[in-house]
Design a protein around this ligand. Structure first.
Ligand code: GLU
Length: 302
């Protein structure tokens, strides 16, 4: 297993937006934060467009991201990486996990899963919740070999799930280090048998982000606190795929005036709106810091 990032390694950070909407002040904070850390260590800053979700991602949002980041004065290594062009790389990672006996096909629809959870209501080991919602009840894990083979032969649409128990046995106990929250024991079991390849696209956020952070040589993953728990999974996948282990820095999330995490509907916070209102891009970093200070003060009741 690879050791964690060594002190002699140059820092490499990344900004990895999904082109499903316009960037807002929270994104600007994340991107500038990552770039400033890289610059302070004379390191690398890379951009990755996370566009594996064909239903939500649009090329015009990718164009807008590139334009907004350039407006902010950011520079990244070219060419940047686009996940939709890397399905062959993710397929190799899936083959590696499959060869290790850690994947199984899942033919369930969302409603199959909901019905199974409801029906199993009384069974204490089923229907538990994880950080991303109810845990998969294991229906397809328990298919017998001939039924599984038949459904595959019939080309029934299926996802690929990680057999979490087998994966944890293979990887053993793992830890990871967050720069603000300290040393963490990895708890991937919280998520159950996660999907690593979706029915509609043969990868998933967890698989793609883990493979790509390693491929881009990222030594410090900076991202919002909403993805803190996902790191338990990423650490497990790194161990299973024998990838370099970075450090993490999960940052505070910017919220709107109602205390809700910034989202697409918060139009006034988009970089586009600020630019059109004549904001100087040099002021954006200070604006994000002021916003974080306001949030902290509100939390303290002033
Ligand atoms: N693409 C994710 C997002 O836009 C971020 C993924 C990450 O930083 O790991 O929310």
């Amino acid at each position: 297993m690879n050791a964690s990032t060594t002190a002699s390694q140059k820092i490499a950070t990344r900004f990895a937006p999904s082109p499903s909407g316009l960037l807002h002040l929270g994104h600007a904070y994340s991107a500038l934060f990552a770039q400033r850390l890289a610059a302070s260590g004379e390191g690398r800053f890379v951009l990755r467009i996370e566009d594996i979700d064909p239903g939500r991602c649009k090329p015009e949002f990718e164009d807008a991201i590139v334009e907004d980041l350039a407006w902010l004065g950011l520079e990244w290594e070219e060419p940047f990486l686009r996940q939709s062009e890397r399905l062959d790389v993710y397929a190799n990672a899936l083959t590696q996990l499959d060869k290790a006996g850690l994947l199984y096909p899942c033919f369930c629809t969302r409603s199959d899963i909901a019905a199974e959870i409801k029906q199993a209501g009384a069974a204490p080991h089923l229907g538990h919740h994880g950080p991303d919602g109810p845990l998969y009840p294991g229906t397809c894990k328990h298919l017998n070999e001939s039924e599984r083979a038949q459904r595959l032969a019939d080309n029934q649409p299926h996802a690929l799930r990680l057999d979490m128990d087998a994966a944890i046995s293979a990887a053993g106990n793992l830890t990871w280090h967050d720069r603000t929250h300290g040393e963490q024991n990895a708890q991937p079991e919280l998520f159950g048998d996660i999907v690593l390849a979706r029915k509609d696209v043969a990868t998933s956020y967890h698989l793609a982000v883990t493979v790509d952070d390693a491929a881009q040589g990222i030594t410090l993953v900076t991202r919002g606190n909403d993805l803190f728990a996902a790191t338990h999974i990423h650490r497990l996948l790194q161990a299973l795929l024998d990838l370099e282990v970075p450090e993490w820095h999960h940052t505070v999330l910017l919220v709107n005036n109602k205390g809700k995490r910034l989202a697409k509907r918060d139009k006034a916070f988009t970089l586009r709106a600020m630019r059109e209102a004549g904001t100087d891009p040099e002021d954006i970093w200070a604006m994000s810091i002021r916003q974080i200070a306001r949030q902290a003060a509100a939390t303290d009741g002033i």
